[in-house]
Design a binder for this molecule. Structure first.
Ligand code: NAD
Length: 292
């Protein structure tokens, strides 16, 4: 037995990551505010808990995979949270993408209660989560990273300790900035290519053989060309990430004109009801702009 992990947040990413922990031999207790989200995890061998503290109290490590900063704050500070009821192993690994500043505040509050916190956001999407091939960017104390490493290795293949508390989130937000602008660049190329009448599927293949290749072009290109907007990573989550990037940039007085522009396009997408669609639905902004 490799220890007990409480896994909180069983959405698109969390349910796959929890399953990989079970398969790696951890005793996994799961909690989600939506009870049905726990059922799939039960089938994979995890044990659903009736409350947050029922999942976390006896855990060696608590992992959170939640949408945004307020939900992680709730899990830490809420009446049933980790400050009120510290987990046995006194270690929280937050794998959600949230604010670096809020992360440092939470880590400080938890440290005062004798609980270590790592920020360990991920890149690789639902397929990376399913295949346990996520790239994980970790911020926090080295000793806590060493304790968390076996669990992290059950979920990802590239695990890097990038600095003190908040550094993992900072690197992740830099990752998201590149993903957003890269996706916008692909939308522009597809809009122009379509208008000029080239075969977009062939164009993608050609571009993948040269210096314009990217993860986005490889993984999301086909859905963009086919007009498939179904979700993996939702528009509203990417918009949340770009907002976090711009908040950090403002705090640091760093101009990010490219990110500002693409964030406006994501706001346009959400205003047209695309919030629950996949990230690649940014192409619909270009459809509308070009009257397609
Ligand atoms: P999701 O919305 O599918 O899942 C979030 C889950 O958290 C839901 O099941 C929800 O019911 C649950 N939840 C919300 N509040 C809760 C609370 N207070 N207590 C317990 N459970 C609660 O989101 P996702 O796509 O799995 O993403 C999770 C995080 O990972 C986000 O921060 C996202 O930005 C990040 N991320 C997502 C992807 C992706 O491709 N989907 C990739 C990398 C990182």
């Amino acid at each position: 037995q490799r220890g007990t992990v409480a896994f909180v947040g069983l959405g698109v990413m969390g349910r796959e990551m929890a399953r990989n922990l079970v398969e790696a031999g951890f005793d996994v207790r799961v909690f989600d505010v939506v009870p049905s989200a726990m059922e799939a995890a039960r089938l994979h061998g995890a044990v659903p808990a009736v409350s947050l503290s029922a999942a976390t109290a006896e855990a060696d490590i608590v992992v959170t995979m939640l949408p945004d900063t307020p939900q992680v704050e709730e899990v830490v500070r809420g009446p049933d949270g980790l400050l009120a009821c510290p987990p046995r192993g006194r270690l929280l690994v937050d794998m959600s993408t949230i604010s670096p500043q809020a992360t440092r505040r939470l880590a400080g509050e938890l440290a005062a209660a004798g609980v270590a916190m790592l920020d360990a956001p991920v890149s690789g999407g639902p397929v990376g989560a399913r295949n346990a091939t996520l790239s994980i960017m970790v911020g926090g104390e080295a000793q806590a990273v060493a304790r968390a490493r076996p669990a992290l290795e059950a979920m990802g293949t590239t695990i890097n300790h990038v600095g003190a508390s908040g550094a993992g989130q900072t690197v992740k937000l830099c990752n998201q900035l590149i993903c957003g602008i890269n996706l916008q660049a692909i939308c522009e190329a597809l809009a122009l290519g379509r208008s000029c009448g080239v075969d977009l599927a062939q164009m993608r293949e050609v571009l993948m053989g040269g210096s314009a290749n990217s993860w986005m072009l490889e993984k999301l290109g086909p859905a963009m060309i086919e007009g498939d907007a179904s979700a993996g990573f939702r528009i509203d989550l990417m918009l949340k990430d770009l907002r976090l990037v711009l908040e950090m940039a403002q705090h640091e007085n760093v101009p990010l004109p490219g990110t500002s522009l693409v964030a406006s396009q994501y706001i346009e997408a959400r205003a047209h009801g695309e919030g629950a669609n996949g990230n690649q639905a940014l192409f619909r902004v270009y459809d509308r702009m070009s009257g397609q």
